[in-house]
Design a protein around this ligand. Structure first.
Ligand code: 0O2
Length: 268
């Protein structure tokens, strides 16, 4: 296949990866803005390299003209979560979109059914419509949902498997298998203190949103007042910050927005 043909085939996949990355990252941002715990930690995406597509088509005996129908992970999205429970929340979010902006074709739960390699992740194969310059095209995409621990293990194992192909030395294979067990235990340990962790993160997010609002308000007041010194307000902010009391910061922010409203109308 010539290079321009590959380009023509891969363009919609590039678009799909970009769109899906934006969509899932937006969900994360929405939770954060609402000061809610986000089941999504971060999202990555990639279009499979041409060499990997060729390799997979050879391994699976797929003719190159059929790769679009038969290779389901040319477009790949990875959603990382902090806790195993979050994975199933993300799965639910995606299931609720089935028939809307995407169509679920298959689900593979390699968490309940761990692979013999030690691999754990939840896979969803979807069909995803892309609006190209030449009309709609529906392509396959694979969404892998996993915890940070699962991702760490899979990334390392993938590199080693790539390096050694089928000849991984026994002692490395054993270590990798032990590491899979350790990643599993790490997920279990984290699940046990999940409540504490999410509460701490929620508090951090609330505080960070208030501080950002306070700075926006002071900046707004500086502009309204034509550059008048806002030193006193900053001093009050720092004093409250040192105290570390979120409620006081919240009250101060409310006070600032009232001042901004008043002077916004009158101009200082
Ligand atoms: P890459 O380079 O990540 O894209 P099959 O071959 O029938 O078993 P298939 O069609 O490959 O299955 O689908 P499967 O098993 O659901 O796996 C698809 C992808 O999951 C793989 O893509 C990997 O990304 C990941 N994966 C599956 N098993 C393992 C594993 O044991 N270790 C690691 N690190 N990743 C795994 P590719 O195309 O193999 O690789």
């Amino acid at each position: 296949m010539e290079m321009w043909e590959w380009k023509r085939i891969l363009i919609p996949y590039e678009q799909a990866v970009e769109e899906l990355e934006v969509k899932f990252t937006s969900i994360k941002n929405e939770y954060r803005l609402l000061e809610e715990y986000s089941p999504i930690e971060y999202v990555t995406g990639r279009v499979k390299a041409i060499s990997s597509i060729i390799e997979k088509s050879k391994k699976k005996n797929i003719a190159l003209e059929n790769i679009e129908e038969e290779i389901e992970d040319i477009a790949g999205i990875r959603i990382m979560c902090q806790f195993v429970g979050d994975i199933y929340k993300v799965v639910d979010i995606i299931r609720r979109r089935d028939g809307k902006d995407l169509f679920i074709v298959e689900e593979r739960d390699y968490i309940e059914n761990m692979k013999s390699s030690g691999y754990r992740s939840f896979h969803m194969i979807i069909k995803y419509p892309i609006q190209t310059a030449f009309g709609e095209k529906i392509i396959f995409a694979e969404i892998q949902i996993r915890t940070l621990a699962m991702n760490f293990w899979a990334t390392i194992e993938h590199s080693l498997r790539y390096k050694y192909k089928k000849n991984m030395p026994k002692h490395i294979e054993e270590r990798i298998s032990k590491a899979a067990e350790a990643a599993y235990l790490l997920d279990q340990e984290m699940a046990a203190i999940r409540k504490e962790v999410t509460e701490a993160q929620k508090r951090f997010q609330t505080e960070s949103n208030i501080v950002s609002d306070i700075f926006d308000n002071i900046k707004g007041l500086t502009e309204i007042s034509g550059g008048k010194d806002m030193h006193e307000l900053y001093e009050r902010f720092w004093a409250l910050w040192e105290e570390g009391d979120v409620e006081s910061l919240q009250e101060f922010n409310y006070e600032l927005s009232l001042i901004a409203q008043t002077y916004g109308a009158q101009k200082l």
